[in-house]
Design a protein around this ligand. Structure first.
Ligand SMILES: Nc1ncnc2c1ncn2[C@@H]1O[C@H](COP(=O)(O)OP(=O)(O)OP(=O)(O)O)[C@@H](O)[C@H]1O
Length: 576
C-alpha cells in the first residue's frame, strides 16, 4: 500500500514528504539536544561556574527558533505531499471513470463511487501526510537515539529493550486474534447501514402501508448485533493493547532498576543513568504509538482497498487503432449474450436495421428489448457474434465516436439541478442560445418553457422536480435534437401521460425520426404501426419480424399483444 500510494506522487511530492520526515527527525533531535544543553548548564551551575550562562541561554533560544522553523517546514512539506496524493488519485479515478462501460454505473456503484471520491481519498491524505511523516520520523529518531544510548552503555541498552520482543509478539498475536472479530463487526456495520438506507428510502411506503413494527424490529436487532460485535472487538483490542503496554512499562521499570543497581555499584555515573531515563522515552515513542499507527492503518486499509477495486475494475475494451464510423446501418450477426451465468440469455440474434429506417422492438416485459440497445451502445459486449455499425464491428470503432453518433431518449430522463437551458445544452456543450431554442421548438417544449416566469433560466429541482413526466421527456427529446446524432434510440414512455402531452411527444418524436436510423423500444403498439420493421422478442429470441400488417396476418405473438392492448384500451374507455 505504501509503495503504491507513493507511486502516485511526483518527484516534488516525494521530495516534500522526505523533507517533512527529515524536519520532524531534526526537530526531535533538537529537542534531545536541548535537554543535553540543560543538563550541561545544570552541571556547570552545580560546579559554581556561572560565567557562560549567557551562552547557554543563547544556544537554548537558538534551538527553540530552529525547532519552530523545522516544525513549520515539516508542516508545509507534509500537507503538500498529502494534497498531491489526493489530487493524483482523484485525477486517476476521473480518467478511469470515463473509460468504464456505462453498464458499470449501477445505482449501488454510484453511491460507492461518491464515498470513494469523498471519504476514501481523503483518508489517503490523512495517512500519507499526517501518519507517515510522524511514524517514519519517530522510528528513525528512535533508531538514532537507541544507537546512541547503546553506544553509551550497551548493558543498560539491553535492559531498555529487554521485554520489547515479547511485547511485540503479544501485539502481533493480538492483531491476528481480533481480526476475525473485526471482520464480523464490519459486516454487522454494513448490514446495519444498508438496513437504515433501505428504511429511509422506504419511509413513504412504510408510512402508507405498514403500521407493523417488523422493519423497526429488524433495525433494532441489527443495531444490537452491531453493538455486541463492537463491544467484543473493543474488549479484545483493549486486552492485547493493555498487555502490550504493560510489557513496555516493564521494560522501563527494568531499565530503572538495573540503572540504579549499576549506579550503586559505580558501573555508571548518575548523569548516564539520568540520560537513559530521559532519552529512553524518545526511544519508546514509536512502540507506544504502535497502537495508533495500527488503528489508523485499519481505518485506511478499507479505503485503499475500495480505491484499488475501482481503479482495477475492467473498462471498455478499446482496440489499438480504432476506426471512425462510416455509416449507420446496424447489424446483429449471430449475437449471443447474457448478463450473468444461468440467467437471461439473448440467443442467436440476427437483425438488420437499415440506415435511416425506423425499427421497433416489441415483446413482453423482460424479453430483451433494452438489452439490444445496451449492446449497440456497448454498455456490455456480446459473448459471441458481432454487432456492426456502418459495416464495422463496434469493438473496432472509436468508442467516443460511436457514442457521439447516438442519441438516447429514455423513459427515465436524467435531469440535473440546473437551469432548463443548461439541461438542454447537455446535448451539445458548444450550442448557442439560438440552437437551444431551435431544438426546444422542434421538441414541442419551447412554448411551455417561455410560459414560465424565468423561461430558459428556470432552475430545475433534483432530477427535474417540478416537471411532469411528459415535459421531462420532451426536454430529453430537445437534447437529442441538439446533439443531431444519426442514430436515435427511443425508449417509449410506459406511464400514462395526458393526451395533450402524448400528442406533443409523438409529434416531437416523428420530427426527430426524420432522416435518422431509429430504434424504438415500443410499449404502445399503436404508436409504431408505421415503423419500417417491427421485431418481436420473446425470452431473448426474435420470434417474428415484419411490418404491422404482415405481423397481424401472421397471427402470432404480435397479434396476441396487439389484441391484448386493444382490449385494455376498450376496457379503459368503458371504465372511464
Ligand atoms: N444489468 C443487468 N444485470 C442482470 N440482468 C439484467 C440486467 N439488465 C437486465 N437484466 C435482465 O435481462 C432480462 C431482459 O431485460 P431487458 O431490460 O432487456 O427487457 P425488456 O424487454 O426491455 O423489458 P421491459 O419491457 O420490462 O423494459 C430481464 O430478465 C432482466 O431482469
Amino acid at each position: 500500500m505504501i509503495s503504491n500510494i507513493i507511486g502516485y506522487m511526483t518527484r516534488k511530492g516525494k521530495g516534500m514528504l522526505g523533507l517533512a520526515i527529515l524536519c520532524f527527525i531534526l526537530k526531535s533531535l533538537a529537542q534531545a539536544g536541548m535537554i543535553l544543553v540543560i543538563f550541561d548548564m545544570l552541571n556547570t551551575i552545580i560546579a559554581g561556574q556561572t560565567d557562560h550562562l549567557g551562552t547557554y541561554w543563547l544556544i537554548l533560544i537558538g534551538i527553540v527558533l530552529i525547532k519552530g522553523a523545522l516544525d513549520a517546514i515539516a508542516d508545509i512539506g507534509k500537507h503538500f505531499a498529502g494534497f498531491e496524493i489526493v489530487a493524483k488519485i482523484r485525477e486517476k479515478i476521473t480518467k478511469r471513470l470515463k473509460q468504464f462501460s456505462l453498464g458499470f454505473y449501477t445505482n449501488e456503484r454510484l453511491g460507492e463511487i461518491s464515498t470513494i471520491i469523498h471519504k476514501d481519498v481523503d483518508n489517503m491524505e490523512s495517512i500519507a501526510a499526517h501518519m507517515w511523516s510522524r511514524m517514519f520520523s519517530d522510528i528513525i529518531t528512535a533508531l538514532i537515539i537507541g544507537g546512541w544510548l547503546f553506544a553509551i552503555n550497551w548493558k543498560l541498552g539491553l535492559a531498555m529493550v529487554s521485554f520489547i520482543p515479547i511485547g511485540l509478539l503479544v501485539f502481533v498475536f493480538g492483531i491476528k486474534s481480533s481480526s476475525q472479530l473485526e471482520k464480523e463487526s464490519q459486516n454487522r456495520l454494513a448490514d446495519m447501514v444498508s438496513l437504515f438506507v433501505e428504511y429511509t428510502k422506504g419511509i413513504p411506503l412504510l408510512k402508507a402501508f405498514s403500521k407493523s413494527p417488523t422493519f423497526e424490529n429488524k433495525l433494532k436487532d441489527s443495531t444490537i448485533k452491531f453493538g455486541e460485535s463492537s463491544k467484543k472487538l473493543s474488549k479484545s483490542v483493549a486486552g492485547y493493547i493493555g498487555r502490550y503496554m504493560l510489557f513496555l512499562d516493564i521494560c522501563f521499570g527494568i531499565l530503572a532498576v538495573v540503572g540504579a543497581y549499576m549506579v550503586f555499584h559505580q558501573d555508571i555515573t548518575v548523569s548516564t543513568f539520568i540520560i537513559f531515563i530521559v532519552f529512553s522515552k524518545e526511544f519508546y515513542k514509536p512502540f507506544y504509538h504502535a497502537e495508533s499507527y495500527w488503528l489508523k492503518y485499519i481505518q485506511v486499509k478499507d479505503s485503499y482497498g475500495r480505491i484499488m477495486t475501482l481503479l482495477k475494475a475492467p473498462v471498455v475494451d478499446t482496440c489499438r487503432n480504432p476506426e471512425r464510423i462510416k455509416g449507420f446501418h446496424i447489424q446483429f450477426d449471430h449475437v449471443h449474450f447474457n448478463y450473468e451465468q444461468d440467467a437471461f440469455r439473448l440467443v442467436n440474434v440476427n437483425l438488420d436495421i437499415e440506415e435511416k429506417s425506423m425499427v421497433a422492438l416489441v415483446g413482453p416485459s423482460g424479453s430483451g428489448k433494452t438489452t439490444i440497445t445496451n449492446l449497440i451502445l456497448r454498455f456490455w459486449d456480446p459473448q459471441k457474434g458481432h454487432i456492426r455499425v456502418g459495416g464495422i464491428d463496434t469493438r473496432k470503432l472509436d468508442y467516443d465516436d460511436l457514442l457521439a453518433h447516438i442519441s438516447i431518449v429514455m423513459q427515465n430522463v436524467i435531469l440535473f439541478s440546473d437551469t432548463i437551458y443548461e439541461n438542454i445544452k447537455v446535448g451539445r456543450r458548444d450550442a448557442t442560445m439560438e440552437d437551444v431554442i431551435h431544438a426546444a421548438k422542434k421538441a414541442m417544449i419551447h412554448d411551455f418553457i417561455v410560459s414560465l416566469p424565468q423561461g430558459y433560466d428556470t432552475p430545475l429541482g433534483e432530477n427535474g422536480l417540478g416537471l411532469s413526466g411528459g415535459q421531462k421527456q420532451r426536454l430529453s427529446i430537445a437534447r437529442a435534437f441538439l446533439k443531431d446524432a444519426s442514430i436515435v434510440i427511443l425508449d417509449e414512455m410506459t406511464s400514462n401521460v395526458d393526451p395533450i402531452n402524448e400528442r406533443k411527444i409523438q409529434k416531437a418524436i416523428s420530427n426527430l425520426s426524420l432522416n435518422r436510423t431509429v430504434i424504438v423500444i415500443a410499449h404502445h403498439l399503436k404508436t409504431i404501426r408505421c415503423a419500417d420493421k417491427i421485431v418481436v422478442f420473446n425470452e431473448g429470441q426474435i420470434v417474428e419480424r415484419g411490418n404491422h400488417k404482415e405481423l397481424l396476418e401472421a397471427n402470432g405473438l404480435y397479434k396476441n399483444l396487439w389484441d391484448t392492448q386493444k382490449k385494455a384500451e376498450n376496457w379503459n374507455l368503458r371504465g372511464a
